[in-house]
Design a protein around this ligand. Sequence first.
Ligand code: XLS
Ligand code: NI
Ligand code: NI
Length: 437
Amino acid sequence: MNEHFPDVPTIPFEGPQSDNPLAFRHYNADEQVEGLAMKDHFRFAVAYWHTFRGTGQDPFGAPTMQRPWEAPADSVDNAKRRAEAAFEFISKLGAPFYCFHDRDIAPEGETLKETNANLDAVVDTLERLQEATGVRLLWGTANLFSNPRFMHGAATSCNAETFAYAAAQVKKALEATLRLGGENYVFWGGREGYATLLNTDMKRELDHLGAFFHMAVDYAQKIGFTGQFLIEPKPMEPTKHQYDFDAAACVAFLKTYGLDEHFKLNIETNHATLAGHTMGHELETAAMHGLLGSIDANRGDTLLGWDTDQFPTDIYLTTEVMLIVLKHGGLAPGGFNFDAKVRRESFEPIDLFHAHIGAMDAFARGLKIAAAIRADGALDEMLTARYSSWDSGLGAQIESGELGFEELERLMLEKGEPAANESGRQELFENVVNRFI
Ligand code: XLS
Ligand code: NI
Ligand code: NI
């Protein structure tokens, strides 16, 4: 497999001193951190849509990407050649996983039947390539938003036949994911949301979405798909009000519709920031409910208000993420999927390597820094000390449910004022983190 990126070797680990742009400086797949190999901490995945379908087209301009393996018109043959290029790329990079939407891997036909046949043909190729390279499928998903039939949404469409089409599409995508040994299956909301309540019956749409997910769970059980289902929160884009706004909205939705046993969350950095949250807030919200499933690793731009899907290179961000992931015991069977695209101006195939190498290195550094912070223990001690009033006496009695309003009122009438507050020491907490960066 050396046809599409002939000038690129398998990317080696060369260590922090290396200035080779085609080498890792921090990501060392087998290096043990907290007793686990780096590759197993991350379970990195390449996103097929950005890396192999992204053209560089934007609302103001035409495609820019040079992708020599692409024919001018898409076809099943073209899709198979693209798959060869993708697997050469992923193997040389040394990422263990990839992720796809059904429509990324194979072109649509004239009818659903034809589309399904196209998908089957490319899945044959992917199965062979997975076997040949050892690259595995982290998750599959269905694209329920690009085709005009989904203009009003898919499972939340006002058109019942569109709901039926979406169901048929997810059924097929689940079968493909099962066949390829996919370890998870993702639902990002796509056009599940609305622009104005004047034309929208929100309750009815959400009931339909809940029913749709139950159908997916039932069908997965029927065919023996045991992978983890994931919902991916996003607050806006393409609709004004996306139903899966943020982690908290998704947790409430899953619990309301009795789906929290079957689903976890796939948290994406740029979606967190669009929702007005930090990535840390979203991860912690999912994790505290036992619903942290997987991560779409990217970043936004502080000056741009849309989903720029840039590759993550910010060490503070990766440190924050890894502190939370380590605290909650890791992500498996989830992983880190680079839902990120090279800039429109970075149009050469080699830029795909630079982007992924930089992101994997940024996370490897974040992991090492987070592990060092944890080994040092000072941050944790400061946090524990901040809540010490809850560890014994009054706090412990409140937590154990022994006291109610009347007892608490009696106590405070006696004391008159609570004990003096202590400093929150935010600056010191921040300084301790910086000691390790
Ligand atoms: C879009 C989403 C999408 C999902 C998969 O904003 O991030 O790429 O990850 O459908
Ligand atoms: Ni995503
Ligand atoms: Ni996104």
